[in-house]
Design a binder for this molecule. Sequence first.
Ligand code: ADP
Ligand code: MG
Length: 751
Amino acid sequence: MIKLKGVSKYYHSKGIVSTGMLRIDLEMSLGEFVVITGESGSGKSTLLNVISGLDSYEEGEMYVCGEETSAYTESDYENYRKKYISNIFQNFNLVNSYTVYQNVALAMQLTGGRAGKQQRAKINEVLKKVGLYRYRHAMASRLSGGQKQRVAIARALVRNTPVIVADEPTGNLDSKAAAAVLKLLKKIASDKLVIVVTHNYDQVEEYATRKITMSDGRIIEDRQIAPPPGGTDAVGSDYDGNLRRIRLLQKLRLGLRNTFNIVPKFLLLTFIFIFTTFAVSGFYATMRKNSYDSSLNGYNWYFQDTSDKRLVLKKEDLSAFTEEDYEAISQLPNADHIIREDLLLDRYVQCSCDSYYLYGMMQPASAVPSELAYGRHAGDETEMVISISSGYYLNDEETVQAMMEQDFYFYSNYDGSRITTKPVKVVGVAISEERNRWYVDFYVDSSVSAQVQSAVNYEFATVTTYVNGNELKGDPWNYQNKVMPAWWVPAGSVLAPEDWNYMFPENYDYEAVGKYVTVKVESMYYSDSRSFVVWDTYDKDDFVSKTRLDDYSWQNGVILINSDDYAAFFNKGNYQISLFVKDPKAAHETKETLEAMGYESLYLKDTLRNYDGAWTLIQNIYNVIWSAVLTVVLFFIDYSIIRLIMRSRNTYYSTIRMLGATRFDVRSLLFLDLFNVLNIAFAVSLGAIWSLWKGYISIESTFVTDILTYLSARDYLVIYAVLFVICFVISRKYAKQLFTDSALSTLRQEA
Ligand code: ADP
Ligand code: MG
């Protein structure tokens, strides 16, 4: 059934060509027990490898069942080996980490056998035949040489191929074990073609039907010893069963077994995958953090407090916020707190007395620090506590005491105009943790901050005063026609400049006092107009006493109304508030919810102008390049370590290849092996991260908190994908390498 005509095989290594065998003519049939002998190096193994389809040949023709093989492709050879050939080796090539039973079952699974009752019975029957049934659950590594070789024979038996090729099967056995193995081979091989290579012909003499002697790559003797019993060339169709592929379920089972059966390998791989998961996620998180941090480094011309937690809200219908609004907004899951006097957050104010000048921001009295460095807490609206940094010039007992004597007023940061009309005293000083902050926090009563709020509202409104048909437009930036509060002006009255007299020329009267004028305020939120009676006028000489301002030359033109009237114009309630969220990452989500509730909102982080745009761009490019480089480096580190680990699996994969596994089978088994570990390692990593998140484990490490803060589910998916690709590429490349090296040289390396 196998016929060689002038077949030669040369080996090329390092430019040197050596002859494996030369012009071999040979024909062998089923039923024969062929013994090949010859000195070492005479070409016996070469001949067997060519016959087994494990090596190619250069010259001549080989026929199998009449079919010419020189045009065979890799998969043709795979099928050929699957269908016809079982190999038995000098060093057994069992899977040491499998039991006897599993080794035999493997041979069956690789050619599509399933794990049924029938198969079990078949394997047990074969194990009984080779005398190893008792040892079926023993690990292959624990067996003696003779027993190992009998497992190899059992493996050939379950595959039931017509040809059994045995290269020095007794080479590693003592004579007693050798005799038993050969006897077994003879017993099972009555209808098969058995080719045995040995340099100890005496051992096989009694079984051989034919003796072939080789020397220097040639056949120098081919002698018929006994007639083959009923030799036939026809290979029954039942052998086609061997061509089936390994079943998916079996593949998964094998993959699972391979994952765990060598514990050190499993632990090492798990460690590598966990390490990689943490390295990639840590790296990824750092990158995220960097770009997030640089996105915070922006400016906004209008808002001072540009916290990434701040959302500025107004109502869609532009009405003022009500208690119901505050209630509804604070119910949102991401809501931390609401600042009603939102405008104050963005408004620096000046606060000064005769000898001290402070600059900073107003804070609600409720937010005052509980611990004060000097003095006491405030009692009413005439008192306040301030907070300064420890490095501030005021931080000195004597200075503070002197300052506490003084009357302070607040002034607009825009035009320097006085915002508050009643003096406030500093009664307590807190020291903040920041060392060199140059601004001060003023913890004031709401009646004081309301005045600032009014002043701010004034700036955002258009104020027009109608005096006898003359339209006097107020300008927030100077004092001409500026309306200001004054508690000493009676309600419903106005204190005006004497120029107004000239606006009443009727009957040459030129008298403004007692006449009615109208003040109209328009802002984006509301418009309001009220009538006032002119109460008094001021001129250059009585300016200071009447207006209680100090500089006629540039404050002339100011219009004073009663503080309550002023508040009625400019402190109608809050049209704009700020919501501070707990989690900035969910800010956009919160924004959407708010919009659905009828609030327009501005997420301040989105409004930042970054004047370092080019720098940010460079930084982002840098991040991307680094991440790519590091991922690739990590990939190759992983790749080389995993390959090293998998090299210990060379014998296994070469063996299954010998038993009929295709390259695809090997690749997918390899992949499953790695993939299982990947999933376990990933689950362990996620479990650890989850425990940290839940607080079951706590570590003082910014690295870990960064991972927690900056990575989302999508990022973990990306990390998983990277690891998946590593598994995939390694299994592909490794399987390719296994199939490029001849399976034999791999096995030879192991031996
Ligand atoms: P045997 O099995 O009879 O000892 P081999 O078939 O292994 O002989 O070797 C036959 C000849 O081919 C020897 O000269 C040997 O050096 C050479 N040979 C075998 N395998 C290789 C190989 N992989 N590369 C180069 N030369 C080889
Ligand atoms: Mg040899």
